[in-house]
Design a protein around this ligand. Structure first.
Ligand code: ADP
Length: 479
């Protein structure tokens, strides 16, 4: 099958989170299964200034936005053996410091930027039609809406089927009605059955109604988004689509995340050479200028600093946590209130806490390798990648039983010698602290701890399995 992935991020070209990892790796995994895959993404400044070898496609695009035509060119890169990556170049929209906004907020013209991007992607596909258009999150949702409601404009793609993947329903692309003219859609679509959402325009809602199939990035999250607690107001739109909704767990790119081969860590280690992980821990402590307290476990976190990731709970327990014999390292950036909190925590607990407010890929690998425990107390978690990376590194995850965390980490039972991490249910500070205390108990039992690490490292979340599930889904549609 010919498949086009339309996405606002793709690793390694542009990344702010898990979405980029998924697009980069899933595309290559599908190609390995024998499909013809291309990726369409914006050519942001980080792409323009990167060292990737990019060609320029002869295709020139003229893209309708409101009553204007916007011109664009197309840069071309590759992934894997033959996944073509088309990067839509329109500097007016994408030659900016960040992908979606700055510390002061989203770019005010995000509606226009992503209307343009969706239209540009479809214009490109008119030149080389595909069987399946696979869109991801709100930024690309309109491509499905345009394709389904303006068939005469996209005749070349008349037979194409559409899939929408929800990586995070918390972001929907909601804009004020005065932006409606940008979309060039029939006014009949600005109604509650389609894109209207309490008087505003909701890009994601349009695709939720119109996509042929909808997927989420874990089976549990597919169930959770049908509830008021996690539907972000769209549960009533998702529920009628239940028959077309499926949860497919994200995979891990073990060519990048494997303690045997990881280029960012030394020494390398595996299940049978776990003592070498101690050296990774020493190096990690050195990076964060923490003393070599051999008896103290290091608890790691790598995350966007937002309430979604459970930082309210971490804040609430922090002083109590520091009464335990632990060291804590955090890599992340995001909401100023959390950046300030952890900045202050370093000052208060200088020899116990290390914090790096940044996005730093090598350091992320070094934390995975050097930490003993990995904390993900998320309020909600569509899939989550870091808990799966952690398992592979023998870095035991402490997670809340929600979304993909629930689907990938099983409660440790030392008597039964089962389980791969420490899981708590309620989004409450005490529940988190109890889970940490259980993990510390096992940590100090060397035999039980090593057995737990080995069980964790044996878990396999490679992409091949997930890619096959996506391919089956496409096949159902195409046949
Ligand atoms: P989300 O997409 O919700 O942010 P995921 O767990 O699905 O969360 O994916 C996050 C990805 O981004 C992982 O690959 C993680 O290692 C990476 N990441 C997050 N924050 C940072 C950071 N500050 N520095 C380096 N990598 C980060």
């Amino acid at each position: 099958m010919k498949i086009a992935m339309i996405a606002s991020e793709v690793s390694p070209f542009a990344k702010t989170g898990g979405l980029a990892d998924v697009i980069g790796t899933l595309s290559v995994a599908l190609e390995r299964l024998g499909h013809e895959v291309c990726v369409i993404a914006p050519a942001y400044r980080c792409v323009l200034q990167s060292e990737f070898t990019l060609g320029e496609s002869p295709i020139k695009l003229s893209v309708p936005v409101s009553d204007r035509q916007q011109e664009a060119t197309v840069l071309q890169g590759t992934l894997g053996n033959g996944v073509l990556v088309y990067l839509i170049r329109a500097d007016r929209y994408f030659d900016r410091e960040s992908l979606y906004g700055t510390a002061t907020g989203d770019y005010p013209d995000n509606a226009e930027r992503f209307v343009f991007f969706c239209r540009a992607a479809l214009e490109l596909l008119r030149h080389q039609p595909v069987d399946v258009v696979h869109c991801h999150d709100w930024q690309t949702a309109l491509a499905i809406v345009f394709l389904k409601t303006q068939t005469s404009r996209y005749l070349e793609m008349a037979g194409a089927k559409s899939v929408l993947t929800l990586h995070n329903l918390g972001f929907q692309g909601i804009f004020q009605p005065h932006d409606w003219h940008l979309l060039n859609l029939d006014a009949a679509l600005f109604t509650p059955q389609f894109l209207e959402f309490y008087g505003n325009i909701n890009f994601l809602k349009g695709a939720l109604v119109l996509a042929d199939k909808i997927t989420t990035v874990s089976p549990s999250y597919a169930q959770e988004i049908m509830t008021a607690a996690q539907g972000f107001g769209l549960e009533g739109v998702v529920r009628p689509r239940a028959a077309d909704l499926v949860g497919i767990l994200n995979g891990v790119d073990y060519s990048l995340w494997n303690p045997w081969t990881d280029p960012f860590i030394t020494p390398h280690y595996g299940e049978k050479s776990l003592s070498l992980k101690d050296e990774c821990k020493r190096r990690l402590r050195r990076i964060f200028k923490l003393p070599d307290n051999n008896h103290s476990p290091v608890i790691g976190m790598i995350s966007r600093l937002t309430a979604q990731k459970g930082f309210d709970l971490v804040e609430a327990i922090f002083d109590l946590l520091m009464q335990r014999d632990v060291q804590f390292v955090l890599l992340g950036n995001g909401e100023p209130r959390f950046e300030q909190f952890f900045g202050a925590a370093v000052t208060r607990y200088a020899d116990r806490v290390g914090v790096r407010i940044a996005f730093d890929e090598p350091l992320a690998h070094q934390i995975e390798a050097g930490a003993d425990l990995f904390l993900m107390p998320s309020l909600y978690e569509p899939c989550g990648l870091n808990q799966m990376f952690s398992l592979k590194y023998g870095t035991i995850p402490i997670v809340r039983a929600v979304g993909g965390l629930k689907d990938t980490v099983q409660q440790c039972d030392t008597d039964a010698e089962t389980g791969t991490g420490f899981v708590f249910e309620l989004y409450e500070a005490q529940a988190l602290l109890d889970a940490i205390d259980r993990s510390l108990q096992v940590f100090h039992n060397q035999t039980a701890w090593t057995a737990l690490q080995r069980r964790a490292m044996a878990m396999d979340f490679s992409w091949e399995r997930s890619a096959k599930l996506y391919a089956n889904l496409y096949r159902q549609l195409v046949n």
